[in-house]
Design a protein. Structure first.
Length: 137
């Protein structure tokens, strides 16, 4: 887990980012997001390490779904996944705000999830991953 603080600066619970902690591409992505998270807006949670706790807290989630794509869970319990989770995260990260123009460009809501799925389904080849977690079913 990257962030040890459960509350943000205003004392509110932080959104939680669930990611595959054995996937090199996922780890690199979370490291990059963490560097851009100047105000410690998120809790970064590797799914495998915390699954028992996550399953109790969020019974609607499945391990397979959490390993297949990133999940952003808001304090109110709402969940965004994949491309839409990444797009929402960028709202919290001022350094990445210029990307919002591209991510909200007309057609991005149709093309973005396809690109995300394309990369996610090929992450083993892209990173030369040796773990089974990189192979999505």
């Amino acid at each position: 887990m990257f962030s040890c603080y459960q509350l943000n600066f205003s004392g509110q619970p932080k959104p939680e980012i669930l990611y595959d902690g054995f996937c090199p591409l996922c780890i690199r992505s979370m490291t990059l997001l963490c560097y851009c998270d100047w105000f410690q807006q998120f809790n970064y949670i590797p799914v495998e390490e915390q699954w028992t706790t996550l399953q109790k807290t969020y019974p609607q989630l499945s391990l397979e779904a959490c390993l297949a794509e990133i999940h952003l869970i808001f304090p109110n319990g709402s969940v965004k996944t994949g491309f839409f989770a990444l797009r929402e995260m960028i709202h919290y990260l001022p350094l990445l705000w210029p990307l919002l123009f591209i991510l909200y460009f007309p057609g991005a809501s149709l093309l973005g999830p396809k690109i995300y799925s394309f990369v996610a389904s090929r992450r083993k080849r892209l990173t030369r991953c040796s773990f089974d977690s990189c192979s999505l079913k």
